[in-house]
Design a protein around this ligand. Structure first.
Ligand code: DI6
Ligand code: FE
Length: 401
């Protein structure tokens, strides 16, 4: 059988759902043709391939390319100043009154051209790529006006043309109420539903729609309106839910068939049951938990027992999770939330793909999926979760190259 490339003499972490644990194959082979995997498995089971290129991996471990399924990678400016204010004892309210918080990033984003947004996001994107990320989700949500939200999403799409990486975009107009609508969250929700969503859908700028369901952001009723409109426009949905309190956001998201509910520190049994019924993925964000010094950990044991798939992501954003390392994210998820090594690796591959609606395209080493690989200089997969601030990536393959 002819193929473009074969990687041989490798130990595979296939993360295949039908295999136990990491789906390990000790003496494995991966064959790719036209950017997709045509075989992944034991060398003894491999068909006789005539490959244009054969690569000896020297016994190294290969995982699926890593997937960051929740980022705010595109944004203007940074919030290091308010970080210092917090260290000096300022409270969230003091910072907001001083013009800090999401609105500070909104102003910096609105003042940025599309080229500025691309240029400032590239170093963050390159940091993720350097650790083997091959698929990255990027949200809008700092423009908070029709033109600037569209500009953020265009910048995100441009990043996918600037680098060998798959970018999935998410419209997050319902992230915060902008100053023009102070005291009128319903009026801003009208703008999101009646103008922004139709425009973004018509321009093909967003793959998914997200919202921030929280006391300081949007109510379940307002999120309900955004999701109903999104579904009418044929867009999938996901939700920032139960991060600081329990407003029933996860159950609301599940009722709309959401791909994922994210954060979930305050998730309850009803929310878990609803997610399980809907197949909604739980995306845990340990970077925000760590940076905000939260105390309430998400209900990992109950999610495990219910069989809800768990993904993790950087939540890379300038206010609560200025994190651009999926490897450190895995260590935080294990150290702070007590996820196992196997759960952490599934959380940045197979389950992260599910959270993006890419469960048949990416996230495992199986025939038919994109040939996105990360080849590692480690003695065991556990080292990928164990270390803090060390990058053992040997090589990264995106769509077979
Ligand atoms: N949850 C968060 O922690 C961030 N957004 C959200 O929905 C905060 C974003 C920021 O502070 O810039
Ligand atoms: Fe977020």
């Amino acid at each position: 059988m002819r193929c473009d490339t074969i990687w041989q003499n490798a130990r595979l972490c296939t993360l295949a759902a039908h295999m136990p644990g990491l789906g390990i194959v000790e003496d494995g082979v991966i064959a790719a043709d036209d950017g997709r995997i045509v075989f992944a498995g034991a060398a003894t089971d491999a068909p006789a391939f005539e490959a244009t290129r054969t690569i000896d991996c020297g016994g190294r471990w290969i995982t699926p390319g890593l997937i960051d399924c929740h980022t705010h990678l595109v944004h203007g400016g940074n919030r290091a100043g308010e970080f210092e204010m917090k260290l000096a004892g300022a409270r969230y309210e003091d910072i907001a009154r001083a013009g800090g918080g999401i609105r500070a990033t909104m102003r910096a984003t609105r003042a940025s051209s599309e080229a500025d947004l691309v240029a400032s996001a590239l170093p963050r994107l390159d940091a993720l790529i350097a650790e083997g990320a091959t698929t990255i989700e990027i949200k809008s949500g700092y423009g908070l006006s029709p033109e600037s939200e569209a500009r953020m999403l265009r910048a995100a799409r441009t990043l996918g043309r600037e680098r060998p990486v798959t970018i999935r975009t998410t419209f997050l107009g319902a992230h915060a109420v902008p100053p023009e609508f102070d005291g009128d969250a319903d009026g801003y929700t009208d703008l999101v539903c009646d103008r922004m969503l139709p425009a973004v859908a018509a321009a093909g700028l967003a793959d998914t729609v997200d919202g921030f369901c929280e006391g300081i952001a949007f109510s379940p009723a307002q999120i309900e309106r955004v999701f109903t409109r999104a579904r009418e426009l044929g867009l999938s949905v996901k939700l920032h839910a139960e991060q600081l309190s329990n407003l029933g956001g996860a159950a609301l998201a599940a009722r709309h068939g959401a791909l994922s509910a994210d954060h979930l520190e305050h998730l309850d049994a009803d929310g878990i049951a609803a997610m399980r019924r809907a197949g909604t993925v739980a995306v845990l964000l340990p970077g925000a938990f760590y940076f905000l010094r939260e105390k309430q950990v998400p209900p990992v044991e109950q999610l495990r027992a219910a069989g809800v798939p768990i993904a993790i992501a950087t939540d890379c954003n300038p206010g609560t999770s200025p994190l651009t390392s999926l490897l450190l994210t895995m260590n935080m998820a294990a150290t702070l939330f007590r996820l196992t090594v196997e759960e952490c690796l599934a959380a940045v591959t197979r389950n992260a793909a599910l959270a993006l609606g890419l469960g048949h395209e990416a996230g495992t080493l199986e025939a038919g999926r994109w040939c996105d690989l990360a080849i590692w200089d480690v003695e065991s997969p556990a080292e990928l979760v164990y270390r803090m601030g060390f990058n053992p990536l040997h090589a990264r393959i995106w769509r077979g190259k």
